[in-house]
Design a protein around this ligand. Structure first.
Ligand SMILES: Nc1ncnc2c1ncn2[C@@H]1O[C@H](COP(=O)(O)OP(=O)(O)OP(=O)(O)O)[C@@H](O)[C@H]1O
Length: 289
């Protein structure tokens, strides 16, 4: 086991007593179209929440195109692949990233998380179960589009954030994703992030387009969690491999994400029940469909 994993394991164990009652809020971040800024949002949202004193874990659940570690310029020795192969425990694949945010790097090599053998699935569920009470917020950053496993993450999470840009292709794909998930799963709690808006007006118009059709054809209300501006410093930060919230704390995108995190943290998640937290997540993730 590497030193960092050892240190994390001890840290988490030491906190087990005091944190046992923590109710973890589980969020899935997804998008219909690729390249809309989902991973940048997930990571910088986690950093902003961490600055507000929340203990956050980002789980890179994009099995084919994982890149949360790349966005932070951290090379990961162990990742999701090693957990799924039962080679490492959950504590051995959790790493500490920027601003104290913990993360699990995505692994490649698995076509589908749900094509695991029963013993691999058992191990996975048991290891995820160990996260119970350890974090305030766990963010699952999924791949774009609608794979079988993304649907499972969406169905299992308490809240699903759909990221879109104002481009018509992105809007169409975001709505298609919401529509397809709604046809398969009941009661998904969607929220919308409009990324790369040239101004507030364009952001609101984008949200209205999705909100209107969702209300009319799906009878769904999709609240807007926030609007992020198109900001050249985001791309500069990506090239530097430093999250934009850290590389450019005063830039427009950072200010917007801090506000979004503040509002998000203010509003409690669903009330605590047997179905919330990690336990509820696992029950929904592995329920027979
Ligand atoms: N608010 C923004 N302003 C300007 N550029 C942005 C913004 N958000 C994202 N980008 C640009 O879009 C690129 C893609 O972002 P990101 O990798 O987060 O998208 P993604 O949706 O996670 O992609 P994938 O579908 O491949 O997982 C970034 O490298 C950055 O250059």
């Amino acid at each position: 086991m590497n030193d960092q994993a050892e240190a994390l394991r001890h840290m988490v164990r030491n906190q087990e007593m005091s944190d046992a009652g923590r109710m973890t809020r589980i969020i899935t971040v997804t998008s219909g179209k690729g390249g809309v800024g989902k991973s940048n949002f997930s990571l910088n949202f986690a950093i902003a929440l961490s600055r507000l004193g929340k203990k956050v874990l980002v789980f890179d659940a994009d099995i084919s195109m994982a890149n949360i570690d790349v966005l932070m310029g951290i090379s990961s020795t162990y990742n999701l692949y090693h957990l799924l192969k039962q080679e490492k425990t959950i504590w051995e694949i959790i790493q500490e990233g920027s601003q104290g945010v913990h993360f699990i790097a995505g692994g490649s090599g698995f076509k589908d998380l749900l094509d695991l053998s029963p013993s691999q699935l058992d191990f996975f569920a048991q290891q995820i179960g160990r996260l119970q009470g350890q974090y305030d917020i766990i963010i699952f950053d999924t791949g774009a589009g609608l794979s079988k496993e993304t649907v499972k993450f969406i169905a299992a999470a308490q809240e699903t954030i759909v990221v879109t840009t104002p481009e018509p292709t992105s809007i169409t794909d975001a709505y298609a994703l919401i529509k397809m998930v709604t046809a398969m799963e009941n009661g998904v709690n969607f929220k919308l992030i409009v990324n790369r808006a040239v101004d507030e007006r364009e952001g609101k118009a984008t949200a209205d387009k999705i909100g209107l059709v969702a209300r009319r054809f799906l009878e769904l209300d999709i609240p807007v969690l926030g609007i992020l501006p198109d900001d050249p410093n985001v791309s500069k930060a990506v090239k530097k491999q430093v999250p934009f919230g850290i590389a450019f704390p005063g830039t427009d995108a950072s200010k917007a994400i801090n506000e979004i995190a503040y509002r998000f943290a203010e509003v409690p998640g669903s009330p605590a029940s047997a179905n919330s937290g990690v336990k509820g997540f696992l029950q929904r993730m592995f329920k027979r469909s």
